[in-house]
Design a protein around this ligand. Structure first.
Ligand SMILES: N[C@@H](CCC(=O)N[C@@H](CS)C(=O)NCC(=O)O)C(=O)O
Length: 203
């Protein structure tokens, strides 16, 4: 198995954290061997064949089949190697699934805002989209602040994605990293785990 990732991608990090958490009790999984660093913009042929979208993360199975995107990879690894322990508490609860989707959407907005910031360097910034992404982030983080206590404090796919979102905001958008107490206390439960410490986003 091969997991393509890049150091700064919050989506790839969710898959890395899931893989590493599951590997703690699973001798057949060695993240050191499975994780393969790549940069999507390098357009490496094997990577593009595996994921025609050209995005990380992408998982290649022993059979040669590929699995993407990050949500599918996380659920695949959890189902295959972890008896579904990280997804099952969420799967049949529609409100928890909305919270999971909200965090996915916030990741999308944070990455879109990062792209606008990169365009700014080329004088191609769109004020309309910049402000739309910022407003969505602002509303979404406030919503999340009110709803996070509904999420069980166990290690699960919502909490993993939440920590990846919060670290990505601190990394790329510090103006959005002034987190309220309810998010910070959830962050504190998980952030010192090795799986998070060793996968912090970096350039
Ligand atoms: N929905 C996808 C999004 C993945 C994604 O957008 N990854 C970014 C890195 S943060 C990427 O590879 N971008 C390269 C590109 O868009 O060309 C997922 O959850 O895996």
């Amino acid at each position: 198995m091969k997991l393509y990732y890049s150091n700064a991608s919050p989506y790839a990090r969710t898959a890395q954290v899931v893989l590493r958490e599951i590997a703690i009790d699973n001798a057949e999984l060695d993240p050191q061997v499975i994780e393969v660093p790549t940069h999507p913009f390098d357009n490496e042929p094997e990577f593009l064949t595996a994921n025609p979208l050209g995005k990380v993360p992408c998982l290649i199975l022993e059979s040669g089949q590929s699995v993407f995107d990050s949500e599918v990879i996380c659920q695949y690894l959890d189902a295959k190697f972890n008896h579904g322990k990280f997804w099952q508490p969420i799967a049949n609860d529609w409100q928890l699934r909305c919270i999971y989707s909200e965090i996915s959407g916030l990741l999308d907005l944070a990455v879109a805002l990062r792209q606008e910031k990169m365009r700014e360097a080329e004088s191609l910034r769109s004020d309309f989209w910049w402000s739309r992404f910022e407003s969505g982030l602002s509303r979404g983080m406030q919503w999340l602040t009110k709803r996070i206590t509904e999420v069980p404090e166990s290690i699960n796919l919502i909490n993993i994605n939440l920590i990846c979102l919060m670290d990505y905001l601190s990394f790329r958008h510090p103006e959005f990293a002034n987190f309220n107490e309810s998010l910070l206390s959830r962050y504190e439960v998980f952030t010192s785990r090795e799986t998070f410490v060793n996968t912090k986003p970096r350039d």
